[in-house]
Write a protein that binds this ligand. Structure first.
Ligand SMILES: [Zn+2]
Length: 232
């Protein structure tokens, strides 16, 4: 990443718009070090999965995303799309969770085009880098997959959800079988299969010595990604 001198947050927003090509970006009120980790890991994901780029419409706080939906809505005319966007907006105004740092919002727009937005939750405002690490540790303490707790993990996790939305991989039999072989019953586990999937995906990219189950999850995802987006 480039070297920033003045107004580092604005520079980072511009960087995401120009280099990562996400049109709507807002990192206001979030700790610079956290934002740097998030941008770096998002960039890494989009180098590996470049076909996802056109579907990502925005990254920012919920009020910012609501503004983005208004902008998109003005451009759109088809009724089906408006309905989808209304649903997305309703989801955005729903009660925010207290300690969840990020959320993925997704929907389909006209002609079935996916629309993806990365939401920075209120928890991230005024939260330090160290506080975020402690929070991730607390959120993940009951899960046997996550062993790394830096802010990149939350970006990888949300990106995992994003791939899952586009490829529907988390409930696939192959993944379920692999989880069960490992002794994890996704149905009985305290969190659902899609969370387990996103955690395994994130762990693979955050930890070079991740459990083999994470390799399996990512290999399977990559095969599906290739099939859908690369091989014509
Ligand atoms: Zn999740």
């Amino acid at each position: 990443m480039a070297f920033f001198l003045e107004e580092p947050m604005l520079e980072l927003e511009k960087y995401v718009q120009k280099e990562i090509k996400i049109e709507r970006v807002n990192f206001e009120c979030v700790d610079l070090k956290i934002v740097q980790d998030l941008v770096e890991s998002l960039e890494k994901m989009l180098v590996l999965y470049p076909e996802i780029k056109p579907f990502i419409h925005a990254i920012g706080t919920r009020p910012f995303l609501r503004k983005c939906i208004d902008e998109i809505e003005i451009k759109m005319k088809e009724e089906a799309t408006l309905e989808e966007l209304t649903q997305m907006r309703q989801y955005l105004v729903q009660k925010e969770s207290s300690n969840n740092p990020m959320m993925l919002f997704h929907s389909y727009m006209d002609q079935g085009q996916p629309c993806i937005m990365f939401g920075l939750e209120p928890y991230l405002e005024d939260c330090t880098h160290q506080e975020l690490i402690t929070t991730i540790k607390n959120i993940k303490k009951r899960n046997s997959i996550t062993t790394v707790y830096n802010p990149s993990v939350i970006m990888y996790h949300e990106f995992g959800h994003c791939l899952d939305f586009l490829l529907s991989v988390s409930y696939d039999t192959e993944i379920f079988c692999a989880m069960m072989q490992k002794g994890i019953d996704p149905e009985r586990y305290w969190y659902t299969g899609s969370e387990l999937y996103a955690d395994a995906f994130a762990e693979y990219y955050a930890n070079p010595n991740a459990d083999p189950i994470c390799n399996k999850v990512v290999q399977y995802t990559n095969r599906q990604y290739h099939r859908r987006f690369v091989r014509k």
